[in-house]
Write a protein that binds this ligand. Structure first.
Ligand SMILES: Cc1nc2ccc(C(=O)NCC(C)C)cc2n2c(-c3cc(OC(C)(C)C)ccc3Cl)nnc12
Ligand SMILES: [Mg+2]
Ligand SMILES: [Zn+2]
Length: 344
């Protein structure tokens, strides 16, 4: 196979600082977005080594590196839904596996843990920076392919992942026996589809019940709900970091939302307020999203894993910051500043 994938050689992925020399890499306060993009493939490899995946599943390092580079190349240069988002989501999965000891304490099997980490890396591949409803509205190719089943974008991310696995020299799962291979792909499907906001709202109440009843390792429903919860927590993990990081990430997300709103206006459609750069009040939307969505999800996580309480605390702090930023925000808007000049 050719050694180069995108602008990176398979061989130059080996060189990067050993993340475990930096103790805070293993802490929930670490912000993976500060890692140099060029070094991120190597950090992914190192995390998988430290999770012992290569040994447990007899993964060939060169095949794995090629897979990682193809996944990285599969992400577009978007403000938010880019490779660095995928990398930060995978880093959070790594932190959960290590800090909650998900394998050691029997919450996940080794195969589920592998599927979880890989699903985080792949969960938004080839995102276009637009929502599922926009696919319908714009009659996109993806809508024609998947709208009958729903979760249009998520089904596309899954399809792209399977395509890469079927690419010459990229199938790092090739040493799994037929049963484990089948099971791993089913797990990756469930986990990537769980990152559809609509799916989250459908299963959220049952996840809460599961947490309150107590996690039952013998229940396949409980295992499915836990995997979905771990995926949504990872997808939202930017919101558990410090205020500077949270504010900067919100600016990236709204830059994508406003670009979609601009497209909708060009199509003669009225965008939702949150997507309209003329009407959106980012602090208000963020207080609502963090309170209605993030806080609930991480509270469930903290019921099952009490050490996740610090993550709930971080979200609460960010909500307070958004509320206090509102006054500043509205004053500057009155002075005619646009939505995110304030955020910078
Ligand atoms: C900071 C922050 N604000 C957000 C504000 C609104 C929305 C949104 O989609 N509103 C619905 C409208 C558009 C129809 C999402 C936001 N969001 C997400 C996010 C979460 C997702 O879904 C899971 C992971 C299952 C919760 C899926 C995709 C995304 Cl971008 N990540 N961070 C954020
Ligand atoms: Mg997504
Ligand atoms: Zn995502």
């Amino acid at each position: 196979y050719h050694m180069k994938v995108g602008n990176q050689d398979v061989v130059d992925v080996i060189m990067c600082p050993n993340p475990h020399d930096e103790p805070c890499f293993e802490k929930f306060t670490f912000t993976p977005r500060k890692i140099l993009p060029k070094e991120t493939p190597c950090y992914v490899l190192q995390m998988m080594h430290h999770l012992n995946f290569l040994e447990d599943f007899r993964i060939k390092q060169e095949t794995l590196i090629r897979f990682i580079l193809y996944v990285k190349k599969g992400y577009r240069e978007l403000p938010y839904h880019n490779w660095l988002h995928a990398f930060s989501v995978a880093h959070f999965a790594y932190l959960c596996l290590r800090n909650f000891q998900l394998i050691e304490r029997g919450y996940l099997t080794k195969l589920e843990a592998l599927a979880y980490f890989v699903s985080c890396l792949c969960h938004d591949i080839d995102h276009r920076g637009t929502t599922n409803s926009f696919q319908q509205q714009s009659n996109s190719v993806l809508a024609s392919l998947y709208s009958s089943e729903g979760s249009v974008m998520e089904r596309h991310h899954l399809s792209q992942t399977l395509c890469i696995l079927n690419t010459e020299g990229c199938n790092f799962l090739e040493s799994l026996n037929r049963e484990d291979y089948r099971r791993c792909l089913d797990l990756i499907k469930d986990m990537i589809l769980a990152t559809d906001l609509a799916t989250h709202y459908k299963i959220h109440s049952r996840q809460l019940t599961m947490a309150e009843e107590g996690y039952d390792r013998t229940s396949s429903e409980h295992r499915y709900y836990l995997c979905g919860l771990l995926m949504t927590c990872a997808d939202l993990s930017d919101q558990t970091k410090d205020w500077t990081e949270t504010k900067r990430v919100a600016q990236l997300i709204y830059s994508e939302f406003f670009n979609q709103g601009d497209l909708e206006k060009q199509m003669g459609k009225e965008p939702a307020n949150m997507m309209d750069r003329e009407k959106a009040s980012i602090p208000d939307h963020q207080v609502e999203f963090l309170t209605e969505c993030c806080l609930c999800i991480f509270r469930i996580l903290a019921v099952i894993f009490p050490s996740a309480k610090i993550l709930v605390g971080a979200i609460k702090r960010n909500i307070i910051c958004w509320k206090s930023s509102k006054d500043t925000f509205n004053k500057l808007c009155l002075e005619g500043k646009t939505s995110y000049e304030v955020l910078i």
